[in-house]
Design a binder for this molecule. Structure first.
Ligand code: DOR
Length: 423
């Protein structure tokens, strides 16, 4: 049996409130021991001195574009980017071509990902057939095929009755329904409504487009008991809405993207179409509220919304496809917030590993003895640049392209196998 002994690293595992210098032994695909000093002559040693050792990151929101748009990304390139970013599990969005609205598409994704064996790829199925917002997909069949959540991401579910039925099914099946909350009748423009949209003359996409659907979904969750997971929260009112409904006892969780914690709407003046995302980058006061909500627990997890697009789709801002890549930049962005004392390293790991695993109800997100050996080792000080040599995605649409980043994944281990090693 393959054995690895991770020696001398600083283990941080908020799932068991563990923080300190420990050795960790992996036997086969599981973590077998976590102790102060382990001697195991049969194990290959991984020197972790100076590194943080944490449960592998889990990303609830990734676009792998496979099947159908593999010129942007595919399951192999996306899995490589994921493990280079420290992710051992990703949930891939169903806005593929064809969409993941039938078991055979879900099975295609799972079997292709398993062939490569780099990262655990768990598909989300669509809420509605063809992501058209009308007829609910066969949740039972999709769950049976391996879907771990349902979402029409990229589009909201505009029809409240459809959403209510989806949440009733969620309550029966115990599977979260994730919603891209932007009311189509309000979200007609490309940039947040404010100075930048006025200055550039680009049509606005006001924050209330997001807030009204966030509030509606929380209300429907409260009445049905279904688990609604609000995707990419960006507004300060959104934070208040979630806080209010959590206090009321609604079965609601939510995520924030690292880039919504970093960039304001002004980034589009510097980075053009690479800063064009849905929902859009907002204002300083929204960022402040989001940052407060990741430290006080209102926001449950960080998810990248890794959204690769080709260069030719990122020309003019008002004609560009929305989205940024994010799998390899999530850790450096979050570490920057740690260095600015917005949150602790331990809370960061809770947001990136422990909580997303809990939201899905999957194994992982922990370094407990007996758990799957899904582990990330990272250096919080190592500087690097995201460029042609370091990028694993097939796309490069991010304002951070070519920029110096601080914080680098050194090893990613999935199921007891090293799936990424720096250099
Ligand atoms: O910016 C975005 N891009 N937001 C989404 O919700 C969808 C995504 C995409 O698929 O490109």
């Amino acid at each position: 049996m393959l054995k690895y002994l991770i020696k001398g690293g600083t283990l941080i595992d908020p799932s068991q409130e563990l923080l300190g210098v420990y050795d960790l032994l992996i036997e086969g695909d599981r973590i077998s021991r976590v102790e102060e000093d382990i001697f195991e002559p049969e194990a290959e040693i991984i020197d972790a001195r100076g590194l943080i050792v944490a449960p592998g990151f889990v990303d609830l929101h990734v676009h792998l574009r496979d099947p159908g748009q593999t010129y942007k990304e595919d399951i192999l390139s996306g899995s490589k980017a994921a493990v280079a970013g420290g992710f051992t599990t990703v949930v891939c969005m169903p806005n593929t071509d064809p969409p993941i609205d039938s078991p055979h598409v879900a099975e295609y994704v799972i079997s292709k990902a398993n062939c490569y064996g780099l990262c655990r790829v768990l598909p989300a199925g669509t809420i509605t057939k063809g992501r058209k917002g009308r007829e609910i997909s066969d949740f039972w069949a999709l769950k049976e095929a391996g879907c771990v959540a349902f979402t029409d991401d990229g589009s909201p579910v505009m029809d409240s009755d459809v959403m209510r039925k989806a949440l009733e099914l969620s309550a029966q099946l115990g599977v979260p329904v994730m919603d891209h909350c932007e009311d189509n009748s309000l979200a007609t423009g490309d940039l947040n409504e404010g100075e930048v949209s006025a200055l550039t003359g680009i049509l606005p996409r006001p924050p209330e487009a997001e807030d009204v659907l966030n509030a509606r979904d929380c209300i429907l969750s409260l009445y049905t008991g279904g688990h609604v997971h609000l995707q990419h929260l960006t507004t300060s009112l959104g934070v208040d809405i979630v806080r209010y409904f959590k206090e009321k006892g609604a079965n609601v969780t939510c995520e924030v993207n690292p880039y919504h914690l970093l960039f304001t709407e002004e980034e589009v003046l510097r980075s053009g179409a690479n800063a064009r995302v849905n929902p859009p980058l907002r204002k300083e006061e929204d960022i402040k509220a989001l940052r407060g909500a990741i430290s006080d627990g209102t926001i449950d997890c960080v998810a990248t919304d890794h959204a690769p697009h080709a260069q030719f789709e990122k020309g003019r801002v008002d004609a560009a496809m929305p989205g940024m890549i994010g799998l390899q930049t999530a850790l450096p962005i979050m570490l920057r917030l740690v260095s600015e004392e917005v949150l602790s390293l331990s809370r960061m790991i809770e947001l990136m590993s422990v909580n997303p695993a809990r939201i899905l109800g999957i194994e992982g997100g922990t370094l407990r003895e007996g758990a799957p050996a899904d582990i990330v080792l990272f250096d919080i000080k190592k500087e690097w640049v995201l460029n042609e040599e370091t990028n694993f995605s097939r796309s490069k649409n991010t304002p951070l392209w070519g920029k110096k980043l601080t914080g680098k994944v050194i090893y990613t281990i999935k199921g007891g196998r090293i799936v990424y090693k720096d250099n």
